[in-house]
Design a binder for this molecule. Structure first.
Ligand code: EPU
Length: 417
């Protein structure tokens, strides 16, 4: 397995370009199943998760090819409606094909995603929404078997504003008969991006980005050409890197309006932001200030930035309290940060981080996607050489991260095995 070798302590300077958002690209790619024909999706990051969804579509009989940020998909001929366990277990977001398949073909068989490193992650709300629209859903031998001729619009209240749940229901509702209301919908920019893509395919959707989304079903959807939004979590990760290394990094192509909570928290920690043409320039402080943070659904502080923020806080001046409210097991990075000398204690969903002046290098193991990112953040500021093992997760979500970091002066290399 590949590993990353990082010699920390260097000041970084220069510009990085932000890739397309993984969590926008995946649902938009899944949505192409709603309409027969050829679609082109642009600004798609070159990631393992993108090739997994490509394999899933190919498995259904669709054509999928990817070249330099463009995914070309043709969903005219679909020969099977089954998403097999082997693909779903490598990427939970595979469940995003459920809504579109059911809506277009009246049936789908999708492996039930299991739990993952960060939590149990049930999909009961996805299934409840589809059932309320008239689908007959059974769980058999680890598979969701969904049937329903034409789904019918209805009002659906989500107990939790689930991101992929909102997306699945919204996609299914585009082809339903009548109007669907999703109440307490997720408000993430990726949900809005998917809604924009669906509208470009002919859907009638209002209110995405707010808590109530109204979808008026149409009889058919058409293929689309669409460019996905930049990745706000990748951008936030580079902000954390600027903060922890006291560097001057210009982040190009990100959408600042998607990052209010993240930027405000980083400002609280002493980072300085300046809008420049095409991006935002971030300057890290000599030493970050402690700042408390609580993860919340958008527009709150994103759970996907919690691990990177904690890495920053581990060398802050003072003590910060970090509360994780979205996933029950998203502190896997803490044990690794502690191995670098960080002073962090956990009680339930709350971590108390007492900042120390400097982290020390250590061999580390990446446990999930954002935990991997936090270890890179920490390693770039630590004394000595850090080796990060198990890059599998990182490659699911960060495009060419070591190349981007080398471009701004980091001493980082990937050792292939
Ligand atoms: N939940 C339920 N029932 C459901 C659905 C969700 O109880 O039917 C719970 C989950 O267990 C969790 C909370 O609701 O405690 C929120 O989960 P949500 O469904 O919003 O998460 P998700 O849709 O599975 C997406 C992102 C995640 C991101 C979360 C939260 C994609 C493909 N994934 O997951 O991204 O952390 O929203 O913002 O969009 C990542 O990129 O590293 C990542 C994990």
């Amino acid at each position: 397995m590949d590993k990353l070798v990082i010699r920390g302590g260097k000041k970084l300077k220069g510009a990085v370009h932000i890739s397309g958002a993984k969590n926008a690209a995946l649902p938009v790619i899944a949505s192409t199943l709603l309409a027969p024909g050829g679609s082109i999706i642009r600004n798609v990051p070159n990631l393992r998760d993108v090739s997994t969804i490509g394999r899933l579509l190919t498995n259904f009989g669709a054509e999928f090819s990817y070249k330099r940020g463009n995914a070309a998909i043709n969903t005219k001929r679909i020969k099977t409606l089954e998403a097999p366990y082997d693909l779903v277990r490598t990427m939970r977001a595979s469940v995003l094909v459920l809504g579109p398949l059911l809506a277009r073909f009246g049936q789908a068989k999708v492996s039930l995603p299991g739990g993952c490193a960060i939590g149990a992650r049930p999909i009961n709300l996805h299934l409840m929404g589809l059932e309320k629209m008239g689908a007959d859903i059974k769980l058999e031998s680890g598979y969701i078997i969904a049937r329903g001729k034409r789904l019918e619009g209805t009002s659906i209240y989500l107990d939790i504003p689930t991101v992929t749940g909102t997306e699945n229901i919204m996609m299914a509702a585009t082809l339903a008969k009548g109007e669907t209301l999703i109440e307490n919908a997720a408000r993430e920019p990726e949900v809005v991006d998917l809604a924009n893509a669906l509208v470009a395919m002919g859907a009638k959707i209002e209110g995405a980005g707010g808590s109530i989304i109204r979808i008026e079903g149409v009889d058919e959807m058409k293929p689309l050409e669409y460019s996905v939004i930049p990745d706000r979590i990748e951008a936030g990760t580079f902000m954390a890197i600027a903060g922890i290394t006291g560097s001057d990094i210009t982040i190009q192509g990100c959408r600042n309006e998607h990052m209010d909570a993240t930027i405000l928290k980083f400002q609280d920690a002493g980072l300085v932001f300046e809008n420049v043409t095409g991006g935002i320039r971030v300057t890290g402080p000599t030493r970050p200030r402690a700042s408390d943070v609580k993860t919340l659904p958008y527009p709150g502080f994103p759970t996907d930035m919690q691990a990177q923020f904690m890495a920053l806080m581990s060398i802050a001046d003072g003590t910060s309290i970090i509360s994780e409210t979205i996933f029950e097991n998203r502190f896997m990075h803490v044990a690794e940060l502690r191995r670098m000398g960080a002073d962090i204690t956990i009680e339930g969903g709350t971590a108390t981080v007492k900042g120390i002046p400097m982290l020390k290098s250590a061999p580390l193991m990446a446990t999930d996607l954002r935990a991997s990112a936090s270890l890179i953040v920490a390693a770039l500021a630590s004394r000595g050489e850090t080796v990060i093992h198990r890059l599998y997760h990182l490659d699911r979500g960060y495009e060419k991260i070591e190349k981007k970091l080398r471009g701004i002066g980091a001493d980082i290399k990937r050792v292939k095995k």
